[in-house]
Design a protein around this ligand. Structure first.
Ligand code: SF4
Length: 452
């Protein structure tokens, strides 16, 4: 029986808006400009969020609709906007995501794009991918997955020769994790088309001249060649049973699809390496076995500091499921797992983890906001909070450490370089968790530092 107050409003949502996720996915494609079909305010809000996490310039185009367009439709502005993006940016791909406004007025974006292609067919047109992302019916993660699926559905070639590479759909992971995933694939001799690939576009080097569209991103040629891959891997507990890029390629082109949890921790990483071994027919490079061994050694060394600590975890559903698995693996007792998404299968994936590890099921909340999370967590008395920056206020109030993971991280530097995936990412996350607990012990202690 629920012990919390029933709500009819959302207070400080534990999610971001749906087209924001689509923009993040488009940002990881070569030569792409995300384009919001809606008002300018939406684009400004999303740019602000993405820039403050990644600390990179991020341009998001908008059809800049006003009151008149809300009445008469936004088609003409969408066409003018795409022409502008072609001329100003030289975009190779324009990723059009709808917003609350254009979904409400019912603009038929695929039809408008088709008209645009006919009207301006004499020009050198970019690829145009459109995706429906009503924010009143989803979250940024749903927008992200929908955009990745739309790119696969709308760009994958019809008859592509078999090339034996790998399609990797990692989900919304950091640029540093994306680089690490590519290294792991390389070590298995697998040429990976990682979609999206934000490793350079959202974490690039300093340059003398401003690039209107940052270098990097998944090459369009690789996306078109995806049907010729040996297999696809897509990460996310929430994906099985849904329409995804991987299931599209399986259904229409017969590309085998491995749906795996985000490889956070030992078990998740083992499953990823096993899939790579099966696809490539190769053993992992010995360096990964050594990384795994070091991680196990760290678990043994750090166990005494964190065993039995109580944690609240929140954020995107796939991340939360992965973090619960990882925290359970290292002896931290998750007391509350919450996400802003709904009907994602989070309770059943956490139950599976708990059953496999012989643990008690924590409180799990879908469609949660920070009001509900705070009310529940107050009763559960956590020692630790794991999630993005938006939980800072609560963690500070309860005087417990916040280990920052996920998106957005506004109040710390280097969010784009945080790694949590694979054995190396688990090592870095484990070190951060243990050190957060040690730091708290020291700050609570009257003598401060001592042999621990
Ligand atoms: S109006 Fe909708 S699409 Fe625009 S910022 Fe708000 S929630 Fe996002």
């Amino acid at each position: 029986m629920s012990t919390t107050t029933p709500y009819v409003s959302t207070t400080n949502a534990c999610k971001l808006c749906t087209p924001l996720g689509a923009c993040m996915a488009f940002k990881g494609i070569e030569g792409a400009v995300p384009f919001l079909h809606g008002s300018q305010g939406c684009a400004t809000y999303m740019r602000r969020y993405i820039i403050s996490h990644f600390r990179e310039p991020v341009d998001i185009a908008s059809s800049a609709l006003g009151e008149k367009h809300a009445v008469y439709g936004g088609g003409p502005n969408l066409k003018k906007g795409i022409l502008n993006v072609m001329q100003k940016y030289g975009a190779k791909l324009v990723g059009v995501a709808t917003t609350c406004l254009t979904e409400t007025i019912g603009d038929d974006v695929p039809m408008i794009v088709e008209e645009f292609r006919k009207e301006f067919g004499d020009l050198d047109l970019p690829e145009i991918v459109s995706v429906s992302t009503p924010s009143f019916a989803g979250t940024h993660m749903e927008g992200f997955h929908a955009a990745v699926r739309a790119v696969a559905e709308q760009l994958a070639g019809e008859s592509v020769p078999h090339h034996g590479g790998l399609n990797l759909f990692p989900g919304m992971v950091s640029p540093a994790d994306t680089r690490h995933l590519r290294d792991i694939c390389d070590d298995h001799g697998l040429a990976a088309c990682i979609l999206p690939d934000v490793s350079e576009t959202l974490d690039g080097p300093a340059l003398l001249d401003y690039e209107r569209i940052p270098s990097g991103g998944t090459p369009l040629a690789d996306i078109k060649a995806m049907p010729g891959a040996a297999a696809s891997i897509e990460f996310g507990h929430s994906l099985p049973g849904r329409r995804t890029a991987g299931t599209f390629l399986k259904k229409t082109h017969g590309v085998p699809c491995f749906q795996l949890p985000l490889p956070i921790g030992l078990r998740g990483s083992d499953a990823f390496f096993a899939a790579l071994g099966e696809i490539s027919g190769k053993e992992p490079h010995p360096r990964h076995e050594r990384d795994r061994g070091r991680l196990v050694d760290a678990f043994v060394d750090g166990h005494k500091y964190i065993f039995g600590k109580r944690a609240v975890v929140y954020g995107e559903e796939d991340l939360v499921a992965g973090l619960v698995e990882f925290l359970s693996e290292i002896g931290v007792h998750v007391v509350l797992a919450a996400t802003g998404s709904e009907k994602t299968g989070l309770p059943s994936s956490i139950r599976k983890t708990c059953d496999e590890l012989g643990l008690k099921m924590p409180e799990v909340r879908e469609g949660a906001d920070f009001h509900e999370i705070a009310e529940l967590a107050e009763q559960l008395e956590p020692d630790l909070v794991v999630g993005h920056s938006k939980g800072y206020r609560s963690a500070r109030k309860w005087n417990v450490p916040l280990v920052r993971v996920g998106f957005p991280i506004h109040d710390r530097f280097g969010g784009q370089r945080l790694r949590i995936l694979g054995y190396q990412g688990a090592q870095e996350l484990f070190d951060r968790i243990v050190n957060a607990v040690l730091e708290k012990n020291q700050s609570d202690s009257p003598v401060g530092y001592g042999y621990l």
